[in-house]
Design a protein around this ligand. Structure first.
Ligand code: BGC
Length: 733
């Protein structure tokens, strides 16, 4: 919007003690109103009310972007809220704008300097109410010197630490606001989907821990907050803490939140009341009631409802099968996606990080695009990636790049290339690809320029095969060689730049040559593979001289390990594909269906309701992997679900197509499952692929909305849109 009729306002004195300033103004309508529109943004997170009714449903607006370059504003139709005399009240909490991210200091500043930087940031507000009267004339009420500021009922607000809300607080007199030259160049209209309240989850269980703590269990790990309904006397307090799991003794466990305090303190007014926080969120399954009106023994299940909050996204993919544990696993993947798609794709929603870790997105994005329509969600995030990409083309560890670490890691920064390509394959629109193409090229060019070994990526700092099980004891980094992983991803990214360039009609001759050179060098420098992840990458990216042999070696390594995977963030998304692409589908299923540690189903056996960061976040003996890095809501390993859609159920784009404009359905059943059903809502309509064991035959039901091919048992059927049924004999081993 170019014609703002408002000024940036802030409080006269900026004290960042966590209190959220409240800005207000009374406005009078001179005539009957036809339409009223509020346009608004803030440096922090805002909650706007007109005549004590909340404006819109956007939680934590204006959302989280690369603030140095982009700050979204929102526009709401508020016609229904407007009366003759109106009271506009806007609270601005710290949000991401002011929050010191405890787990990650910005390297640019030492802690005290950082505190000073944050404390000096104004709680800026820019808003305007544009009114059209029935006679066609109009009026705009923008933030300006006529507004006042005061302290409101949000006495403390912080993304990581929670909220203190005093419902009994009598507001102080307003003070004049200060006009300042806030960010104008960086303002952009809302780009991503709105963050909204999505699901309400009631209490499933109540118990008192050995330590005597009063704990309510919602039965589902999720991200959002808790709504409290209570009858109280003025000044009584509800005080809640949050946790994902209980410790080995059954006590309330918060150590894995690290420095994120995640507490709500609600100071009651008189009578019946409902509270939910306005300016914070966290990931949790359990709450501990620390204080409650009349004492904690008065807290009952009916007082609490968990509310899951995330970006709006339409569910598109559904998987169900004959195995209850696998169904729970599918559900856990969905819940981890919901939990970590709160405006930015985050690693985890609970501890003192909750950051847009690029490597986590890289491993999960394909699965994300199958489960939900996340095109708009990623349009925004890649907009931030583009904005935060550095001069030299490198991409930070997290987007928005709040850590400002100058390094770039392979298989993290590569999301700059793999991400837009996956989004294109999923939805078929060239919009994002076109916007990102230059950024994609700049990323691979950065590698070309910064490597210490021509045609491979050597040097630099990398996370490696993060959290792989072949790591040295005590290390987070798996045994795969950094240069191997980095060079494999270099090749892979260049190959995708070529495909993207071809799709967009660009000249990619230079990248084709580069790809040939990388592949040649890769084969000569890395003739052998030392880990499961190295084999998987060499096979899947077709980098090995003989990819089939790399897959053979992978299968052998897995069998030698006792049918156990050892891969981390880098190898896991490719593991089952690398097997099934070379004839080892049965082994892939063995890994998928394995219930003992290490496996995807092991956490399910430990009552997980979301994906864990570690294969053994809770070990077989019940102890935790560790306290300091142990999230129980990390989507990365949920990436395997893409194998279930695309290989087990066999739903894919036909070679050379995107967005399921033409499809190939090539199911791969396995006798250990009686049946599997996958449904995918594509932009062209619904695809459904089901297989079921009937005595000694497989029965396949396939529904496709477009032309395509169906591949069953080595036969290829070219078909048009419609419903099909096939049978194939079950081969006995
Ligand atoms: C995050 C990860 C991330 C990693 C990078 C962790 O603290 O939670 O998921 O990718 O750091 O090393």
């Amino acid at each position: 919007m170019d014609n703002w009729k408002a000024k940036w306002i802030t409080t006269l004195r900026n004290t960042d003690d966590g209190t959220a300033p409240l800005y207000f103004r009374n406005v009078r309508m001179r005539k009957a109103v036809k339409k009223a529109v509020l346009t608004i943004t803030a440096m922090g997170v805002y909650v706007a009310e007109i005549n004590q009714k909340r404006v819109g449903k956007f939680i934590l607006a204006p959302g989280w972007t690369a603030y140095r370059k982009r700050l979204q504003y929102q526009t709401y139709d508020v016609t229904d809220l407007i009366e003759r005399e109106n009271r506009l009240e806007i609270t601005v909490g710290r949000g991401w704008y002011h929050t010191h991210i405890p787990g990650f200091e910005m390297v640019e500043a030492d802690y005290s300097r950082l505190q000073a930087v944050l404390a000096a940031r104004p709680f800026g507000l820019l808003a305007q109410l544009a009114v059209t009267y029935v006679d066609g004339s109009g009026e705009v009420f923008g933030t300006d010197e006529r507004w006042e500021a005061s302290t409101g009922r949000v006495r403390f607000s912080d993304i990581y630490h929670g909220e203190i809300f005093d419902a009994a607080y009598e507001r102080k007199e307003g003070l004049p606001v200060q006009i300042f030259d806030g960010p104008w160049d960086t303002l952009i209209p809302q780009e991503g989907p709105e963050v909204r309240e999505q699901d309400r989850v009631g209490v499933a269980d109540f118990f008192i821990t050995p330590k005597g703590e009063y704990v309510f269990d919602f039965g589902q790990n999720l991200t959002g907050y808790v709504e409290v309904k209570v009858k109280a006397e003025r000044g009584e307090v509800v005080d809640l803490s949050f946790a994902e799991v209980m410790d080995q003794e059954g006590n309330f466990y918060t150590k894995n939140y690290r420095e994120a305090k995640c507490t709500y303190v609600y100071i009651c007014k008189e009578g019946e009341q409902t509270y939910k926080p306005l300016t914070t969120f966290c990931g949790f399954r359990y709450i501990r009631v620390n204080r409650f009106p009349g004492g904690v023994t008065h807290a009952k299940a009916e007082h609490f409802t968990a509310i899951a909050v995330h970006s709006r996204m339409k569910r598109t993919g559904y998987l169900t099968c004959s195995d209850g544990m696998l169904n729970r696993f599918f559900s856990n993947v969905i819940w981890s996606q919901k939990s970590n798609f709160l405006d930015v794709p985050t690693d985890c929603p609970q501890r003192d990080e909750r950051l847009g870790w690029t490597g986590d997105v890289l491993s999960y994005i394909k699965a994300a695009c199958l489960n939900y329509d996340v095109e708009q969600f990623f349009e925004k995030w890649f907009g931030d990636l583009r904005a935060d990409q550095r001069e030299n083309g490198s991409v930070g560890f997290v987007i928005p790049d709040v850590t400002q670490d100058p390094n770039s890691s392979a298989a993290w920064g590569d999301v700059a290339v793999t991400g837009p390509w996956e989004v294109y394959l999923a939805y078929g629109s060239q919009g994002l690809l076109t916007k990102q193409y230059e950024s994609m090229c700049r990323w691979v060019d950065f590698i070309t320029k910064s490597t210490t070994h021509k045609n491979l990526w050597m040097g630099g700092w990398h996370f490696g095969d993060w959290l792989a099980l072949d790591a040295e004891p005590g290390s987070y980094r798996g045994a795969s060689r950094d240069e191997f992983v980095a060079s494999a991803y270099y090749a892979h990214s260049v190959s995708l730049v070529i495909l993207a360039g071809e799709a967009l009609g660009k000249d990619v001759a230079g990248y084709r040559q580069l790809y040939q050179d990388i592949r040649k060098e890769f084969c000569s420098v890395f003739p052998d593979y030392r880990t499961q992840t190295e084999c998987a990458l060499a096979a899947r990216f077709r980098l090995a001289k003989d990819p089939k042999r790399a897959a053979d070696q992978l299968a052998e390594m897995i069998r030698e390990a006792g049918n156990q995977l050892q891969t981390g963030f880098v190898g896991t998304p490719h593991l089952l594909h690398a097997l099934s692409e070379y004839g080892y589908s049965e082994l892939a299923y063995t890994l998928l269906l394995r219930r003992e540690y290490p496996s995807w189903l092991y956490p399910v056996s430990k009552d997980a309701t979301t994906m864990w960061e570690h294969w053994d976040g809770i070990m077989e003996n019940g102890a935790f992997w560790c306290d300091e890095m142990n999230s129980f809501n990390h989507y990365a390993y949920g990436s395997v679900i893409d194998w279930v859609y695309t290989v087990a159920a066999g739903i894919r784009n036909m070679e050379g197509y995107a967005g399921y404009e033409k499809v190939c359905i090539a199911p791969v059943p396995d006798e250990r499952l009686g049946w599997l059903e996958a449904v995918l809502h594509t932009r062209h309509g619904q695809i459904r692929s089901v297989w079921r064991k009937q005595n000694d035959v497989w029965r396949y039901e396939i529904e496709i909305p477009v032309d395509g091919e169906i591949r069953i048992d080595g036969r290829v059927y070219e078909v048009g849109a419609g419903n099909y049924c096939y049978y194939s004999k079950i081969e006995k081993a």
